[in-house]
Design a protein around this ligand. Structure first.
Ligand code: DGY
Length: 317
């Protein structure tokens, strides 16, 4: 039995693998595994642990001779052709829960940073432009009594709502399902997407990326947004139509935009970097030791379980 990991995970992963007595190997370089190497390595592996930069498409799956499980080191699994893997009787797993708090913390950080122009303020100071205190220098927006619209009220959306509640923010949400926990704990109200877009001071996107949600925030939805909202995305870049985003940024539609994810990562559209009210991070949502250790443990346990004839802990259904 051989396990292949497409990247170097936190050490807990290797401790568990050593203890399992299963054979394993991994891509040791810091740069993403070259496609050719990936196709070669998956050929003889019984279990694969992959990271979100690898596209596990039909070609990769067809190169698998005896692989039983693809364990994604991420909660989002848009990088994997799950339907095709299932057709080939390969189990796919992800890493839910362990990164919820970390990602929700980051969404709230983006909210605070954008609402208070913190980065602009810091850059202004570093540029030695701070000559004197002024009554109207970098005036921000308080969160109390503002409306936060959460699109996609799953685990992370719910955790963001709970945190925002502490600021006295009113919460509305749009989701396929009613979220009793969010409603009970925050007084949130489930609304139509039109209602959410036109009434939210802050819009935070927490959807999975799939063919139904690609460019979910499109031109039409941006048009429906009230004037001057803050838009936050910590999910996947392709949920937002960046071309339309740039168009509306040019029209001064947004108070600010906070992105932890963007189209074609790591290649950020240079147009986006021109706007002072756009704050972009290099996909850091789950970048805490707690979350990354939890993800490593879960991904590796999923593979070990399946290869030892046990059910996976977190299968993608
Ligand atoms: C995920 O898990 O989907 C994040 O984007 C990376 O941790």
């Amino acid at each position: 039995m051989k396990i292949y990991l497409t990247g170097k995970l936190p050490s807990i992963a290797f401790e568990l693998l050593d203890r399992s007595k299963l054979d394993y190997d991994y891509h040791k370089k810091d740069t993403p595994i070259p496609r050719k190497k990936l196709l070669k390595e998956v050929h003889n592996c019984d279990g694969l642990v992959c990271i979100l930069t690898e596209k596990i498409d039909k070609e990769v799956i067809d190169s698998m001779d005896r692989c039983k499980i693809i364990a994604n080191y991420a909660v989002g699994y848009d990088n994997i052709d799950v339907k095709y893997a299932k057709k080939k009787k390969i189990i796919v797993t992800n890493t839910p829960d362990v990164l919820t708090d970390s990602t929700a913390d980051l969404a709230i950080s983006l909210l605070l940073v954008t609402a208070r122009s913190l980065i602009e303020g810091s850059e202004y100071l570093r540029a030695r432009e701070f000559k004197t205190w002024k009554p109207e220098l970098f005036l921000g927006m308080e969160l109390k009594n503002k409306t936060l619209g959460i699109i996609g009220a799953g685990r992370i959306g719910t955790a963001v709502g709970m945190r925002a509640k502490a600021f006295g923010t009113k919460i509305i949400y749009h989701s396929n399902h009613r979220n009793n926990k969010l409603e009970k704990k925050t007084g949130a109200e489930k609304v139509s997407i039109q209602n959410l877009l036109s009434n939210s001071d802050i819009i935070s996107v927490h959807l999975p990326l799939n063919k139904n949600t690609y460019h979910y925030i499109d031109d039409r939805k941006m048009k429906l947004m009230r004037r001057n909202p803050i838009l936050i995305n910590t999910s996947r870049g392709d949920l937002i139509d960046e071309k339309s985003l740039i168009k509306y940024l040019k029209k001064n539609k947004f108070r600010a935009v906070g992105l932890d994810v963007f189209k074609n990562e790591p290649h950020v559209n240079p147009e986006l970097l021109k706007f002072k009210n756009v704050f972009i991070l290099p996909h850091l949502g789950s970048a805490t030791s707690e979350a990354r250790n939890g993800m490593a443990e879960l991904a590796v346990k999923n593979v070990i379980n399946v290869l030892k004839g046990k059910p996976p802990l977190t299968p993608v259904v």
